[in-house]
Design a protein around this ligand. Sequence first.
Ligand SMILES: [Mg+2]
Length: 243
Amino acid sequence: MPSPSKLKAIFFDIDDTLFSTSGFARAARMASVKAMIGAGLKMEAEECFQELSEVIEEFGSNFERHYDKVLLRVPRERYAGISPAIIIAAGMVAYHQTKFRELRPYPDVVEVFKLLSQTPLILGIITAGLEIKQAEKLIRLDLTRYIHPRAIFITDQLGIGKQNPKLYQLACQHMGLVPACCMYVGDHPLYDVDIPNKVGLITVHNKRSGKYLKMKGNTDPRYVIKNMWELVDILRREFGMHI
Ligand SMILES: [Mg+2]
């Protein structure tokens, strides 16, 4: 068993690790589709959802004009006599309202973060995405109180992607730690397991939700979990932590 002092920090991924990004996205998109139809767009919800999903796939989730593109793809008669701006705004408002209402962490994430924040462990974040968008998620999830303020690393902010081992090296260096003393918990078999494995972090594959559940990586994670209580078990059993 490694000595209890061996582990100094745990870095977490955000999407589909701290909350169900996929579940939330589905709910928010369906709400926006229904709102666009409510504003006068003549489409079936399923058909509109399908178009929206294709647009997101084709233009990327961080593109800012998904609803505009949906309208460009459907015949003009479907919203004859109605301002496209009203339909687009209805979609946007419904999306944001869903975000205010439903963007919540998994309950065990809050409980375990609370517990871990009472230990000497540094809790950090290594996440891929746009700077403010990822930061907004942490604020909405209400988790920043448990996270070390200098231990938040966002790819967009650093100019380094998750495909690059440098990202993980930089996070460890920045905290003055060697990778072997740092754990990374994430759901992507390649970016969250293979790459930090290469750097020498202790990898934990969070197999819980999301589109990468069935994807296979090239290397094995050190541990696999399905929820955060299983992480606590590992910390007790493998690292001798009394928590
Ligand atoms: Mg993820």
